[in-house]
Structures are given as C-alpha cells and as structure tokens.
Design a protein around this ligand. Structure first.
Ligand SMILES: [Zn+2]
Length: 472
C-alpha cells in the first residue's frame, strides 16, 4: 500500500488519514507542541457535508468522527460531541456529499489484464491491482464469485486482513456445481480453469462444504444452470444436492449465493434455504408465490443487469467515457475501440423476443426493488472493475428506483445480505469506508461519479497515484 504514496511529507506515513490531514494543515513539519496522531488512534472530524447514510436517511449537515479505521460517531452537526482540539484534525466538507463506499457482491477478479484476459493473469499482483481499481471508484468491499484460484485468493485475503494489502475488502467465494457445469465458457474453455468444485451426490456436496469451511471460506457460490450444452452441462445441480450444500453451509456459518436465472429454480432454491441470488428470474414474470417467498425468507437478489441487457447506459462505448479512461492507457482505449468497430456490423436488430425479455427483466427488477443488491459481474464479460458499479447504479435508477433506493441497494443492503455488519453505513461502529462527492447523487445518480476522495478503513485512497500508474 505504501508503494502508492509519493508524498513530499516525510511524516505523512504516520498518519492514518494523511490526505485529509494535509487538507487542514498543509505540508508543514508539526511543531513540538502539536502531538502527531498515530495511525491507530488518529482522530479526524469530518463536518459540514450532506451525509447519505446508506440506510435511506440523509443528514443535511452531518458530522462524523473517525478514529483509526472506524467511525466512532455520526449525526447532525451540533448533535455530535467533538473531542478537544489537541490530537485531532477537522476536515470541512461544506458543499460536498458523503456516502458509504459501495459493496459489490458479484465480480470476477484476477483474469482481466486490460491487454488480455485469461487464467495466466491470475497473479497476486493482478489481484491486488483489481482491489485498488475498485477502491479508486469508491467500492469498499468486493466479493469475487467462483473463479478465483483458491490458495492464492486466500493468501491475499489473509494478507489484507493483517494490513499488508490495501484496496477494496476482498471476499473470496469459491464455486460448487455439477460436473461439466460452472461459469460461462469463457472461463471453462481456458486451459487453466480451476474454479469448479464438482459434486454429483449429496455426500460429495457435504464433504466439499466441510472442506471449504476448514479452509476458512465464508462464502460459497452454487451454479444451478444448464446453460452450456457444449460442456455437457445439461444436467442441473439436483435439488437434493443443493439442499445438502445449503444445509451444510448453514451449520458452518457459510453464506451461499446461488447462480440461477429461472423463476422455477429460484422458488425451489428458496424453499431449500437459499437467500442470496446472482441473477433474477429472467425467463418469465415473477408471480405472487415468488414474491411471497422472497418476502418471507428475506431474500437478496443481484440482478447483474449489465450481463443481460445492453440498454443504456451499457449501450454507450465505455472506452469513450472519460470516467473509464482514468484507469487505462491510450493503447487499451484504442484496442477497445477497434474491437467495438469490428462488432458493430454483427449486432442484429433486437428481435421481438429480445424486446419481450428486456420488458420482463425491467418489470421483475422493480417488483423486487426492496430485495435488490449491487453486483456487476465485472471481470467476466467485458465490464470493468469499479467503473461498472456506477453503470449498474445508473441502470437501477433508469429502471425505476429512486437514487436513494439505488444507494441503499449498493451499500447497506448489500453488506447485510452477507452478514457484513461493519460496512455499508456512515454510522458509529462502522468501518470508515466512504466516498466524498462534489455533487449530490440524490439529485442525479450519475453524480456518484463526481468523486473527490475515497477513504477505506480510515485511510485516503491515493487516487492520483493510481490514475498516474494506470494511464502511463
Ligand atoms: Zn459472474
């Protein structure tokens, strides 16, 4: 993490919130009368901002206090007891908006290299880079689902927990499926593909979950899909097998997220105990039975809209967007532009069936609005880390959510869906993961792109250094 820093202030490394402190005091040597806070107990008071708490409420003039990695107080300015002057700094955010860092529950880290894509790119350095890419765009937590090389992934996850790796909080989620099943063929056709724990019986399923629990895995993905006939995966994961996975996982406090795309599979999975889904029912309109199940069992759904719809904003070429261009050099932009030019002629007019499917998806999305959580599938199908999160938020609103609802889905609700109780809010007891924006996303959800600063675990992300590194 310290490798990103290029500061002329020699003492800056001692400050957990170095960037914010500099805003206040400039780059002067602290005099002997001023105690320099240490990383562990530095106290910083952020005041004057509109604070979008993440739970649907807003503090019009908010103050929150960060000590070390944690938010220790938050409320309306004037209601918060500010500690004495000595040993703390104050950051005036008047005119700006603060919101929690995003929680992305569906992506595939490690395979994208921007100059190429494949298992050969799954290295520690690339994985860490992808955590920084999410951090740059204001994503504080990222769940990588079913495509990570597990030993390496767990090493990086552990290194981050002891403070050796920065970026978005990394949560690895290995995958379980039927033999020949698993993710899309872009992964499984790769000679290095490793991601599937194949199970063909109840006993195998329980054994895999036990083994994963013993490795320290906290989240598992299951694929219930027969989408790829080329691989002989016409056989879906059987209900008795996924029921065994869900049962064994519950006993071991492992959170399961199920890949399923049909209404019938969703219903049967919920009845078997599934509470988290990657993908909505795309095949038909949700019915009363399903909506009742989703409510009764408190189900969370990642709609992963970017994968299934090419409507706005996904129709726009990302490589022409300055917000995307911040994370790649000109050579990558040129390559993407050339690839897109080659694709245009192949792009058929949308058929009546495709239009009907888009209508069903939009309709289901809004009926499920109170259960929706953020996930992008970035790293799998051409959408890019961190950037894709803002597209997905925009699409949530285009499909009928208010900006406030979209932010809740992308912060508090996404965190709670996975039992993450310490991220997703601007509130006392939460990790200090937040975004400072120059414009109000409640006016226009696209204002989540107006990022002034990102803080993760109380520390400012050095966005300038990251951008310089990526665009050179
Ligand atoms: Zn995916």
């Amino acid at each position: 993490m310290t490798g990103w820093r290029t500061t002329p202030c020699p003492w800056r490394h001692a400050l957990a919130l170095g960037g914010a402190f500099l805003v206040m005091v400039g780059c002067q040597e602290p005099g002997p009368a001023v105690p320099v806070p240490t990383a562990a107990d530095a106290v910083h008071v952020f005041t004057g901002a509109r604070v979008v708490v993440g739970d649907g409420t807003v503090l019009d003039n908010g103050t929150f206090i960060v000590r070390g990695e944690m938010i220790v107080a938050a409320g309306q300015t004037g209601d918060i007891d500010v500690p004495p002057e000595a040993g703390r700094s104050t950051v005036d955010l008047t005119g700006q908006t603060v919101m929690p860092a995003l929680v992305n529950t569906h992506a595939h880290l490690g395979w994208e290299r921007y100059t190429g894509w494949g298992s050969e790119h799954f290295t520690r350095d690339n994985l860490v880079d992808h955590l920084h890419r999410h951090a740059y765009y204001g994503v504080g937590t990222i769940i990588s689902t079913g495509s990570d090389q597990e030993t390496l992934a767990l090493e990086v996850q552990q290194a981050q927990r002891v403070g050796d790796v920065g970026g978005a909080r990394y949560l690895v989620s290995p995958g379980v499926g039927t033999p020949g099943g698993g993710p899309n063929p872009r992964f499984t056709d790769d000679d290095g593909w490793w991601g599937l724990h194949a199970v063909a019986s109840v006993d195998e399923a329980r054994a895999v979950v036990r083994a994963e629990a013993n490795r320290g895995i906290e989240i598992l993905k299951i694929w219930v899909d027969a989408r790829d006939e080329r691989r002989g995966a016409q056989v879906k994961l059987r209900p008795d097998i996924y029921a065994a996975v869900l049962d064994e996982a519950q006993v071991r406090d492992i959170r399961v997220i199920a890949h399923a795309t049909t209404l019938e599979d969703h219903k049967r999975l919920i009845e078997a105990g599934a509470r988290r889904f990657i993908h909505m029912p795309y095949d038909r309109e949700v019915d009363d039975e399903y909506l009742a199940l989703v409510d009764a069992r408190n189900v969370f759904i990642v709609p992963t809209l970017g994968m299934v719809t090419r409507r706005e904003p996904y129709r726009r070429p990302v490589f022409e967007d300055p917000f995307f261009q911040q994370q790649v050099p000109d050579a990558v932009i040129s390559r993407l532009r050339a690839e897109a030019a080659g694709r245009v002629s192949e792009d058929p007019e949308p058929s009546a069936a495709a239009a009907e499917r888009a209508r069903v998806i939009a309709d289901n999305f809004i009926q499920l609005a109170d259960h929706i959580i953020l996930g992008t599938d970035a790293g799998a199908v051409g959408d890019f880390f961190g950037y894709a999160d803002h597209l997905e938020l925009e699409l949530f609103v285009r499909l009928g959510m208010t900006p406030s609802q979209a932010i809740v889905a992308a912060t508090t609700r996404a965190a709670r869906a996975f039992g993450l109780s310490d991220v997703g809010n601007i509130a006392a007891g939460q990790t200090a993961d937040f975004i400072v924006l120059d414009a109000n996303p409640l006016d226009d959800i696209r204002n989540t792109r107006e990022i002034a600063q990102v803080f993760l675990r109380g520390e400012q992300v050095d966005r300038d250094a990251l951008r310089a590194q990526w665009t050179q």
